[in-house]
Design a protein around this ligand. Structure first.
Ligand code: FES
Length: 145
């Protein structure tokens, strides 16, 4: 009789569609997607800020599969119905197909929240802004990046 190791971690396959490539990753079901995926793609820039599921920085599109969002501070049924996930607080329940664009996806989810009169916070507003401030005549980089 074969014994199963009960401490063995279950993994699922994530197909991740990025702006310039598509990758397939094996990720554990007991970790939040943001960390397990970014660990395997060290060169890819993953926007993140609150890491609690409310600022929308890490938003992605769920094309196929199911995730557990029960740890997110602010995630609504309308978000799930529209196919948005917050990677920082989403654990995979099944194999997934995700789509992510570092600039567009967060904006799309922000607009979706506004369209449905749901709370949306543009965060962090100033950290990614470049160029002159309103009312300023000088050209400066706000955060030095
Ligand atoms: S980092 Fe804020 S919602 Fe994910």
């Amino acid at each position: 009789m074969q014994r199963h190791n009960t401490t063995e971690r279950r993994t699922v396959t994530v197909e991740l569609r990025l702006p310039e490539r598509t990758v397939r990753l094996e990720v554990p079901t007991d970790e939040y997607l943001l960390y397990s995926v970014s660990e395997q793609l060290p060169g890819y820039h993953w926007p993140k800020a609150c890491e609690q599921g409310w600022c929308l920085a890490c938003a992605a599109r769920l094309i196929e599969g199911m995730v557990d969002h029960s740890d997110a501070v602010m995630y609504f049924p309308e978000d799930a119905a529209a196919g948005f996930v917050l990677l920082c607080t989403a654990r995979p329940l099944t194999n997934l197909i995700l789509e992510h664009h570092p600039r567009q996806t967060r904006r799309q989810m922000f607009q979706h929240r506004l369209d449905h009169r749901l709370p949306a916070r543009r965060y962090p507003a100033l950290l990614h802004r470049r160029g002159p401030r309103r009312g300023s005549s000088s050209h400066s980089v706000v955060n030095g990046c």
